[in-house]
Write a protein of this length. Structure first.
Length: 153
């Protein structure tokens, strides 16, 4: 836990034996054991109170089974960037395309899609050639000669 190994604890015990002497060592060992027991009791009572207040059991095995790395923001962003979008899910349905195409005005350069709180501007020239929205914008974008003009003279 704190980098304490058996060898380090043994070394501390030997040094304590030399510093305290054989007569005082058992008394300090009892005090240390009593301190460790009181800390353990404090942790147990605190855990029991927390479980009672929250209504959730706090078992170590359950906490260890939860993968907390899934909540790491770096992992969430990396997974989102690595997601591949399938062409079928990215393309809007044909009915929606035709509805949007009916709202496109001739000569319009941008198509506004999305919700009113999050609109998206799409350049119509960037749409595929066979997209009905692009076709609707280009149909009348070619200037026509006026039909039936009358010259007043």
């Amino acid at each position: 836990m704190f980098g304490l190994t058996f060898e380090k604890l043994f070394l501390v015990a030997v040094i304590a034996g030399f510093l305290l002497g054989p007569s005082r060592l058992p008394g300090y060992a009892r005090k240390l054991a009593h301190g460790v027991r009181s800390i353990r009791d404090f942790v147990d009572t605190t855990r029991a109170e927390a479980e009672q207040e929250m209504g959730v059991t706090l078992r170590r095995s359950e906490w260890e089974s939860i993968d907390l790395r899934q909540y790491d923001p770096r992992r969430i962003v990396r997974d989102a960037l690595n997601e591949t979008i399938t062409p079928n899910s990215a393309a809007p349905p044909a009915d929606a395309l035709l509805t949007e195409a009916s709202a496109v005005r001739p000569g319009q350069k941008y198509l506004v899609t999305g919700t009113s709180s999050h609109p998206r501007r799409i350049l119509i020239a960037s749409l595929p050639e066979d997209d009905p929205r692009r076709i609707a914008a280009e149909v009348d974008s070619v200037p026509r000669e006026p039909v039936g003009t009358v010259e007043i003279g």
